[in-house]
Design a protein around this ligand. Structure first.
Ligand code: PSU
Ligand code: MN
Length: 307
């Protein structure tokens, strides 16, 4: 793997010493948030992971090399450059062979984390089944990835721009455990409630670590989804955000946006229509997820050391 993968010194040492490491994605930097909120958030998220006892590893492809742990210059580049490729599973080999620069989606970050030996990954929201998928077939590659790659993904549910009910059905079919952290319900990203009941609720990081170890000990390959609701103080009014999402979806249809451009288009439209409120929520929830992800990584490292 060294042929393709570079570790930052901090990540390399932590992995060698079996200390907790948390992977972070980079599409949220290049395509999910505007500059400079994107780089500020990415740096703050890394700080929170450190304060919570783990080493952050933001993942991306720079000049065809997979980076586990991004340097300050590379992060700045991803945050400011307009033409970074958004890489999911289908793109990875092409961008690496072509020596390109690319940010990694949830799916691609899971693949890179797995190659690096990192088992916990923090993001804002996963991709999922889009509304109207029965016509467009637009289903994020993130879901298939969760069914095949051994990484725990900590998020605040799937973005409310998606069809959350179909997303959960799809994950159930694929056999992906979805665990509500301190909740019985799937959070709706910008708000805490979706009305969709989850099969499992967990209330501690240690419990999640035990589920991870048991799943992979049993040879049940694939990921685990941890759904952590946005803090009450930062959540948006569901009726308000839903009416904005409906307008953003109409704009997407009118402009015939397709394929991998759909998610970035909707996120930026929602931000514009909410006058920035959705961005504030997005930042708050990812920070909250970073603290939980680090705690899970700490507990998982402890479990592995105790055997
Ligand atoms: N969550 C966010 N902002 C984002 C994304 C998720 O809060 O920008 C990105 C993730 O990288 C996710 C991707 O994997 O959107 C999904 O894209 P698609 O629907 O094209 O698979
Ligand atoms: Mn898609």
């Amino acid at each position: 793997m060294r042929t393709y993968l570079d570790f930052s010194p901090e990540v390399r040492t932590a992995l060698d010493e079996n200390r907790p490491v948390v992977a972070l994605e980079s599409t949220i930097i290049s395509h999910g948030m505007p500059y400079p909120a994107n780089i500020q958030t990415a740096q703050e998220v890394e700080c929170i992971v450190k304060e919570s006892g783990a080493v952050p590893a933001t993942m991306a492809v720079i000049g065809g090399r997979i980076k586990a742990g991004l340097g300050a210059e590379d992060m700045k580049f991803l945050a400011q450059e307009k033409h970074v490729i958004k890489a999911s599973r289908m793109d990875l080999a092409v961008v690496i062979a072509g020596k390109c620069h690319a940010s990694t989606t949830v799916a691609a970050t899971m693949i890179c984390a797995d190659l690096a030996g990192i088992r916990v990954f923090v993001t804002g929201g996963i991709g999922g089944v889009h509304r109207g998928a029965e016509k467009t077939f637009d289903i994020s590659a993130d879901l298939q990835e969760l069914s095949r790659t051994d990484v725990t993904v900590v998020c605040s549910g799937a973005k409310a721009i998606l069809d959350l009910r179909l997303t959960m059905e799809y994950l159930e079919t694929l056999g992906v455990p979805a665990l509500g952290f301190g909740t019985d319900e799937l959070p709706a990203f910008y708000s805490r409630h979706s009305g969709i009941k989850l099969a499992y609720r967990v209330d501690s990081a240690a419990e999640i670590a035990r589920i991870m170890k048991t799943k992979w000990d049993l040879g049940l390959s694939g990921g685990i989804l941890v759904a952590n609701p946005i803090p009450e103080a930062d959540s948006m009014d569901p009726a308000h955000i839903n009416s904005i999402i409906d307008k953003a979806l109409e704009a997407c249809e009118d402009k015939s946006v397709r394929g991998k451009d759909v998610t970035p288009f909707l996120l930026s439209k929602v931000k514009e229509l909410s006058k920035g409120e959705s961005l504030e929520s997005n930042i708050a929830l990812i920070k909250n997820n970073a603290a939980l992800g680090a705690k899970i990584a700490v507990e998982y490292a402890k479990l592995l050391q105790s055997v």
